[in-house]
Design a protein around this ligand. Sequence first.
Ligand code: UD1
Ligand code: CA
Length: 463
Amino acid sequence: MASTINLVVMAAGKGTRMKSATPKVLHPIAGKPLVQHVLDTMAPLPAAARIVITGHGAEAVEARTRGEALRFVRQMPQLGTGHAVQQALPALNDSAPTTLILNGDTPLVQECTARALAEACGGTKLALLTVVLDDPTGYGRILRSPDGAVLGIKEHKDASEAERQVREGYTGMMAAPTAALRRWLAALKNDNAQGEYYLTDIVAMAVAEGVPVVATQAPNETEVLGVNDPVQLADLERRFQRREAERLMRAGVRLLDPARFDLRGTLTHGSDVEIDVGCVFEGSVHLADGVRVGAHCVIKNARLDVGAVIHPFTHIDGESQPVQVGAGALIGPFSRLRPGAILGREVHIGNFVEVKNSTLADGAKANHLAYLGDATVGQRVNYGAGAITANYDGANKHRTVIGDDAHIGSNCVLVAPVTIGAGATVGGGSTVTKTVPAGGLTVARARQATLPGWQRPTKKAKA
Ligand code: UD1
Ligand code: CA
């Protein structure tokens, strides 16, 4: 695009049909608010001003919406889309001849579509994005003369029966010459079925002034669908996920079922990555060459190195500190890796094992029913079933250090801070509170004792 634009995103409406306390534009698709999708997609456009019009739930929308050089203007009360853009006029930069107006509730619009719309305007024409729909109920209709020239937009509620037969609807996205927009908006009236100031009325004004109006059809329906209720929200979520799934599959990722795949963030990957059904990826996830993820795993903020295998029903959560899984590691089924879990090569973490803020060196294994919190675990350590690091004294967290090649027996409690020497063996059922020397066997539990011939109590006969 040769020149810069003003970008205006309308996000003041209530979204009554969502039947929600949350403002409509903050409802998420792929974990991200609708309006944020629009802003992120448009971030590469050269904009002299980026303006979001807020109103309903303005404080929440402004607090949760971000973008470079973003400006919010408030529309109170909300008297229609024309009234909304009127509020943005003081914030428009007149050095940008084109003003692009988008809807905050139409999240899947693509950058190239918006760019083409702005180019069609070119600071001189009024450019409208339209869509031909089987059922255009609710949409403003594009009225054309017999020779095809656009005459205006008629809102559904104001349209006659004949006008409602028109299947070409206005998508809610336009690009207008900035100077003319100021003039037209100043002349808007609200003498219509809804008593609102309609942005769409400027089309007839442009025609009356002899300003060319160009209407281009959207490249596909998905890009221009808006969200008005939870059904449409879910529909757009699936369309978004399908788009992401196809992009990944084209890049070589094997999804066993693209309809059962959810990405709520960014997924980067090597080659020969395979993902079974029902997995959710959040935040920033990297899957290196040959990684396999089993069914129904939830993975957030994690790096999985070459050939790591995640068995089904595993939850990896690197929310505050990313999780790292080393090359060739085997995780799950039913494992839980929490923030700061750093696993070396060929580490094995089995069912019902929880690891938090702990480093496990190459070849360490914790295969069953165990907890490792705030621990530093050496190479090839075998951490037995039911072993627990007691890392919390009720006020502070303490570290457990386990040297290379140590064996921790089943059902041990390692009361931190404590150190287990390299090569040590800790007998099953031990409660360890003191340093365990390297190399030996340490047992810290009552000795087994037997009372020979001991009689079990019997019930007394009733008198
Ligand atoms: C609008 C268009 C209609 C188009 C349709 C596409 C007008 C008059 N009509 O109708 O031609 O087919 O979008 O979806 O423009 N908003 C405000 N302030 C307001 C009212 C709305 O900021 O006072 C915002 C909403 O948050 C939303 C957008 O404008 O992002 C569209 O508002 P909505 O009420 O959904 O307009 P429609 O009646 O659907
Ligand atoms: Ca709408």
